[in-house]
Design a binder for this molecule. Structure first.
Ligand code: ZN
Length: 147
């Protein structure tokens, strides 16, 4: 199996069996994000426990990349510190805008390495980033609420 096939398999596995899907309560913030260029839609809820991401739940429609990316993102951030999760988003963003130039760090990104392949296709980058920008938006809303 070559690397592109591996990436495709990871994405299809998450698309077929999405992790942590569904909307759950309680939650601290809910956002709705759309990616008009592809038609992807995502409602995402985040629940924090102090500085830790306790849960991310969601309901989405759209292409396999946007759906799989949401599933992978929840695997990565649930149970992680908020600041650490946002740092991971920054690194993911950098990789996605690198047009395939930045090789993903497998220990850090886990299944999100699969989107390194997507970064070569600018039209699909927004699909892969939809869930992450929704997460950041939701996290930002919780901090405004507290202050
Ligand atoms: Zn899409």
């Amino acid at each position: 199996m070559n690397i592109d096939e591996l990436y495709q398999t990871i994405i299809l596995d998450h698309y077929r069996e999405k992790h942590h899907s569904g909307l759950r309560e309680p939650y601290d913030a809910e956002v709705h994000h759309v990616n008009p260029s592809c038609g992807d839609e995502l409602t995402l809820r985040v629940a924090l426990d102090g500085d830790t991401v306790r849960d991310v739940s969601y309901e989405g429609v759209g292409c396999s990349i946007s759906q799989a990316s949401t599933s992978v993102m929840t695997d990565l951030v649930i149970g992680r510190g908020v600041e650490d999760a946002m740092g991971l988003y920054d690194d993911f963003l950098e990789m996605m805008h690198s047009k395939g130039e930045i090789a993903p760090d497998e220990d850090r990104f886990e299944d999100a390495i699969a989107f390194a392949g997507v970064s070569k296709f600018p039209a699909r980058v927004k699909c892969a980033l939809l869930s992450w920008s929704a997460l950041r938006d939701a996290v930002n809303q919780t901090s405004t609420k507290d202050s």
